[in-house]
Design a protein around this ligand. Structure first.
Ligand code: SAM
Length: 238
């Protein structure tokens, strides 16, 4: 059992132990959302124990969400956590890889908010993490490939395709990854970046929004006018 966002989460050997640092993302998304009574549709990529999605749903009473994770044990644990927290009617969890495409919400093609805390540790650094992390946390939850950015490269362009105009993509970051991830967001045509720092002052979360008209405002638009379009189309960030 682990407390996250003052909620209790049951864990499994396939779930990452939720980290206090990840509360930075929950806080940043709630600040962006502003209107807590809106029926937000939220997708959580790599949902693990379900901590991010379920914390958000606990604060947004009309929101609904879906969590996707490759690890079947994590999907089962997240579903148990949703039941334990009384959120099963608004949260579902499915097994799958973001590499195989992303699910759409019921009755729509796009999500209002996509969140993810992907694996972001460079493969060679896993051995030097604290033993309780390196030895006990699932490798699938940690290993971000040679430079730690593989998951961001894979999921950012896919998330951009299923994000509502002016919708939000919120990503947790490893220390020192903000600039590299920001470039990937720009390549995917997302704009209005803002980082949020954790309690130790590390840039822990990056927020980006879908422009109002992604087809005409993306990096492939005539004359590459993306910056101008983002300015005109972005939802103002707090
Ligand atoms: C760092 S953990 C985050 C778990 C949880 N969201 C949290 O914040 O505690 C990353 C999660 O991504 C999942 N994952 C890794 N590769 C994936 C993929 N290709 N598709 C879907 N999920 C994946 C892992 O199983 C793991 O649960």
């Amino acid at each position: 059992m682990r407390e996250f966002w003052s909620l209790e989460f049951l864990l499994d050997e396939e779930t990452l132990d939720p980290r206090p640092d990840s509360e930075t993302l929950v806080e940043a998304v709630l600040q962006w959302a502003g209107d807590r009574r809106r029926a937000w549709r939220i997708l959580d990529l790599g949902s693990g124990s379900g901590c991010l999605l379920l914390a958000l749903l606990s604060e947004l009473p009309k929101a609904r969400g879906l969590g996707l994770d490759l690890a079947p044990g994590a999907v089962a644990a997240a579903a148990r956590n949703a039941a334990h927290l009384g959120l099963s009617d608004r949260a579902a969890f499915v097994q799958g890889s973001w590499q195989d495409g992303l699910p759409a919400p019921e009755g729509s093609q796009t999500w209002d908010i996509v969140v993810s805390n992907p694996p972001y540790v460079a493969s060679a650094e896993i051995g030097s993490l604290a033993p309780e992390v390196a030895d006990y946390e699932p490798c699938l939850a940690l290993d971000g490939g040679a430079d730690g950015l593989d998951a961001y490269r894979s999921l950012i362009p896919r998330a951009a395709r299923v994000l509502q105009q002016q919708g939000l993509l919120a990503l947790e970051l490893g220390a020192g990854q903000a600039a590299a991830v920001e470039s990937l967001l720009e390549e995917a045509g997302l704009g209005a970046h803002r980082t949020a720092r954790d309690l130790s002052g590390t840039e822990r979360c990056l927020l980006a929004t879908q422009p109002r008209n992604p087809a005409t405002c993306g990096p492939d638009s005539p004359g590459n006018r993306k910056k101008k379009c983002w300015k005109a189309g972005q939802r103002p960030l707090p």
